[in-house]
Design a protein around this ligand. Structure first.
Ligand code: RNT
Ligand code: ZN
Length: 415
């Protein structure tokens, strides 16, 4: 790296070598479901639960082989430490009903992860199922329905522990349920109280915190469930606090950046949560008017989330996973673009002199804050990004695209 660039950052007290090392140590969990529009490998796959992938771009992965082939291509163009985020609908071996899953159904994934030196995260799939009755699962008035999903969630947690043991890497098991109502409810308390009891049953299983973390993902609304979401942000924030502090069983809040009202600033929530929780989890997504799960762009919203994680010194206690699904463009490219963008946002955050900015704020020098914030924007971070890609043997921004299009022409279009 040119001395001139290093010196430019040193002037602000930032050592580029240290930054590059830090960046290389941040793990990003890549969601397998971008590659097949959240279809999964079960026979009768129809996406439900108020989420939608739109578009019919050719080449969607249709089975384990195709999906991992695509993943292998994407991995080549994403620098840094990576994990793969799985859903239970992606069973690779000896398919069973979801409520019965064990590590046996994910043997090929484990082999793949070992071969590529990847960690794995896991999610029970509490949607796209006839057992989601009238849009309800863990909060259903029907005990059989609740029990089915309780069993599925417990088995998912157990299997995440097994995965972590196999790989020697800590895994996250995240639970998201779509439960909610289209119209204003006659009863808001009942479903929430049933969800609380179902979660309590799930957590009767005392998972090993050395092996895994478990998180609960909140939401504001989904398609067809516009008026009420049982697992709201307030519900889970309080539930996680209850489990963690009263019951001494740590359960994490997961913030999906698409799961809040348009005017809400997700980045602003991070510091409050960090003060009262040891760890946090994220699904980084890009909502356009609703939780539309667009591919991540390097926009202000993403930057502010990355900035908060860095300035709160929270990288070591945060799980970062991607969560978007776009079927209207090359799906492999979509995975690469989003993953590179979160890394660019983190790099820019690491290249910002937060100490100087904090000092200025605390000495009431708000003019300096503004001047410095704007000055930083024109520092040559793109040169540092190039250096990072070169150091990691990863194609530069203007190189990978042609390769992916070649793969599209030679492989994806023939499917
Ligand atoms: C849905 C949630 C959830 C899913 C994935 C597939 O709104 O964001 O995380 O997107 O689990
Ligand atoms: Zn999510």
């Amino acid at each position: 790296m040119k001395k001139y660039i290093k010196d430019k950052y040193l002037k602000y007290g930032i050592n580029i070598d240290e930054v590059l090392e830090k960046l290389a140590n941040i793990t990003i969990s890549l969601h397998c479901w971008q590659l097949d529009d959240v279809n999964g490998f079960e026979d009768s796959a129809t996406l439900s639960g108020g989420i939608q992938s739109t578009g019919d771009y050719p080449g969607k992965a249709g089975n384990f082989k195709e999906l991992t082939d695509d993943l292998t291509i994407a991995l080549q163009y994403i620098p840094g430490k990576k994990k793969i985020n799985l859903h239970s609908i992606y069973q690779s071996d000896n398919l069973v009903d979801r409520s019965e899953i064990t590590i046996e159904q994910f043997k090929s994934w484990i082999k793949y992860a070992k071969n590529h030196d990847l960690g794995l995260d896991f999610n029970p799939t509490v949607f796209s199922s006839p057992m989601l009755v009238d849009g309800l699962s863990l909060s259903s008035p029907d005990e059989n329905v609740r029990n089915y999903w309780i069993k599925h969630c417990i088995n998912s947690i157990k299997l995440t522990e097994e995965i972590s043991k196999e790989l020697g890497k800590k895994s996250l098991c995240n639970i998201w349920i779509p439960d909610g109502l289209k119209e204003v409810p006659s009863d808001r308390l009942g479903p929430r109280s049933r969800l609380e009891k179902s979660l309590d049953k799930i957590f009767e299983y005392k998972f090993d915190n050395n092996l895994i973390d478990v998180s609960l993902e909140s939401k504001v609304f989904g398609i067809g469930v516009e008026s009420y979401t049982v697992g709201s942000h307030e519900f889970y924030m309080n539930y996680c606090a209850k489990k963690t502090f009263l019951d001494k069983q740590q359960v994490l809040c997961l913030l999906d950046t698409g799961h809040f009202h348009e005017g809400e600033n997700v980045a602003d929530k991070i510091s409050s949560l960090l003060l009262f929780n040891d760890k946090l989890a994220f699904h980084v997504s890009r909502p356009v008017r609703w939780d539309s799960d667009h591919v991540l762009k390097l926009n202000d919203q993403l930057q502010e989330v990355a900035d908060e994680l860095v300035k709160c010194d929270a990288l070591e206690r945060t799980y970062i996973g991607l969560d978007y699904f776009d079927g209207s463009i090359n799906r492999v490219a979509a995975l690469i673009i989003g993953a590179r963008n979160i890394q660019k946002a983190l790099l820019k955050a690491l290249l910002t002199p937060w100490n100087l900015l904090k000092e200025a704020q605390d000495s009431y020098d708000h003019t300096k804050v503004l001047a410095l914030q704007e000055e930083i924007k024109t520092l040559p971070w793109t040169i540092v990004w190039e250096e990072y890609c070169l150091l990691n043997n990863i194609s530069l921004d203007d190189e990978w695209y042609q390769e992916v299009i070649k793969y599209e022409n030679e492989v994806l279009k023939l499917r």
